[in-house]
Design a binder for this molecule. Structure first.
Ligand code: BGC
Length: 384
């Protein structure tokens, strides 16, 4: 990748954080040699590597990204790697061999793509880390939502719903977090935990199982079945004596689905525990209508694909990339050069979109995006 040094106005340390390239490389952001650097698309091909089709959102991401890039005139290679990291390395290697001009990758395991990333760097193919950060300095930019805020919104929802500031009783709760291989999972959990810790410390909230460290509450591959099994075990071990469960904080919708199922089958209490989630998956929106799940943190992944396209175009045209990119579309987004590091000391310039809380009371928020519509009492995707 070529380097264009900012003249001595900035210190070396500032350069490392302020210009493109997560490896601290300065930019012209590495247009591939076959790039025309002028028009949109044309003969250029973008390789899009998604983790799996077994979790609803990645199907949406894949479709939106493909549609965005094709509309702008790019050819698209789209792969899903069945939650198998080895296969994702292989899929990316095939795209590199096919000489794609740019890669968009949502990693299955952020730490397991080094071989493919090193090859992308050697081939001077820019890489946009999509939604989940790849922990390798070959990554050029990161596009995601503010992941810490996702968890924070879940925690704040619980605080407000139970009015914890004024509570005179103890509420019982449990946590279910995401896949430890997914760099986002820790951010979601930390965001939620940081909000709730004060109430746990004060005894207003009690985690009855005692399981609060990330490794104990994590869910490999965000699997619904794994979340279900763990929730059944906890309910059997700690709540079978009639102990009331008030909250189950789940980091996302696939895990919330498993927890909700366990509560329906294995919880004997008559109250409806608060269950949080993230994504706005159709099955979870149905549960929200039915009062089985309480909220979800919605992330408009159609917007995420719009931002990704704009960034990819700027990279391929060799444009300077900074916060002004956010002014080119009507989507709330922040340019952040300090929150995410691919390796220690190497901050990754990131474009972070804003998540929103959705409950039974504001489901029309989703309809207003144009991506969902009412189908009787429930919502469905307008893409169906
Ligand atoms: C995404 C979430 C999603 C989870 C499981 C995370 O990386 O940010 O939106 O729920 O993966 O697919």
């Amino acid at each position: 990748m070529k380097k264009k040094l900012l003249a001595g106005l900035l210190t070396t340390a500032m350069v490392a954080t302020m210009v493109a390239g997560c490896g601290g490389n300065t930019s012209d952001t590495g247009s591939n040699s076959s790039s025309s650097n002028t028009s949109d698309g044309g003969s250029q091909t973008v390789g899009i590597s998604m983790p799996t089709q077994s979790l609803e959102r990645w199907n949406r991401d894949g479709e939106y990204l493909k549609e965005q890039f094709e509309k702008a005139g790019y050819k698209v290679e789209l792969t899903y790697s069945d939650n198998d990291s080895g296969r994702q390395v292989n899929d990316i290697q095939n795209m590199i061999a096919a000489d794609v001009d740019l890669l968009v990758v949502a990693a299955i395991d952020g730490a397991a793509l080094n071989t493919a990333m090193d090859e992308a760097a050697d081939a001077e193919i820019p890489v946009i880390s999509y939604d989940r950060l790849i922990l390798n300095d070959a990554v050029s930019y990161y596009v995601s939502f503010d992941n810490y805020t996702v968890g924070k919104l879940q925690g704040e929802y619980v605080v407000e719903a139970l009015d914890l500031e004024n509570a005179t009783t103890t509420y019982n709760m449990e946590f279910t977090a995401g896949d430890p291989a997914d760099n986002n999972a820790g951010y979601f959990y930390q965001g939620a935990y940081d909000v709730l810790k004060k109430y746990i410390d004060a005894g207003t909230l009690k985690v009855v199982s005692g399981q609060v460290d990330f490794d104990s509450v994590a869910t490999a591959q965000w699997s619904t079945d794994t979340a279900l099994d763990r929730a059944q075990n906890i309910l059997g071990s700690y709540y079978a004596d009639g102990t009331q469960l008030d909250v189950w904080l789940c980091s996302n919708d696939s895990t919330a689905l498993g927890v909700a199922q366990a509560i329906q089958s294995d919880y004997s209490g008559t109250n409806k525990p608060i269950i949080t989630g993230q994504d706005g998956d159709i099955a979870n929106l149905k549960n929200i209508v039915d009062g089985i799940q309480t909220m979800t943190v919605y992330k408009n992944v159609s917007n995420e694909s719009v931002v990704t396209l704009a960034l990819a175009q700027a990279i391929l045209k060799g444009e300077t990339i900074d916060e002004s990119l956010c002014d080119t579309f009507d989507i709330e987004c922040a340019y952040d050069t300090t929150s995410y590091s691919t390796t220690e000391g190497h901050n990754c310039p990131s474009f972070l979109l804003v998540p929103a809380v959705v409950t039974k009371d504001n489901l029309d928020y989703l309809v207003d995006t144009g991506l969902y519509e009412w189908d009787g009492d429930y919502l469905k995707s307008t893409a169906e």
